[in-house]
Write a protein of this length. Sequence first.
Length: 141
Amino acid sequence: MFNLTIASLSTTIVVVAIGAISLTALSFLLAQKTFFRQPSLVMSVAVTDSIASLSQSSETEMFSEIDFTKQIFEHLYNSDNAQIPKEDLYRDLARLLEIAEHIRQAEDLRRKSEIYYSEYKSLSNELRTKYREFLPDDAFS
């Protein structure tokens, strides 16, 4: 019986010692905050990269659509058989270029998006209605 008690006591001491070491290691990691810092650092880099990528693609898409619309109106303006008065086309093309310049001059993506959705989309709806019969179906996507 005495041997069984010593064996049990030895096992208990080993378990307590392992627990104390684990607790000490966890306390050290928490104190250093390295355990929690690494995943959030990786996540914040990933989020930053995603936002930068989104910003670049959003701005690129805005200007792609505006440039496509500009090309259509330049083609209509330069066409010899256009049924639209050149003064109207010139005025609308100038408005389109003015909005594109406002977007380019905007400081950040939020402001660029505000101008795009408030000014360009408004103008594109107006032009779509005004020139519907002269424009290709995909003129304003």
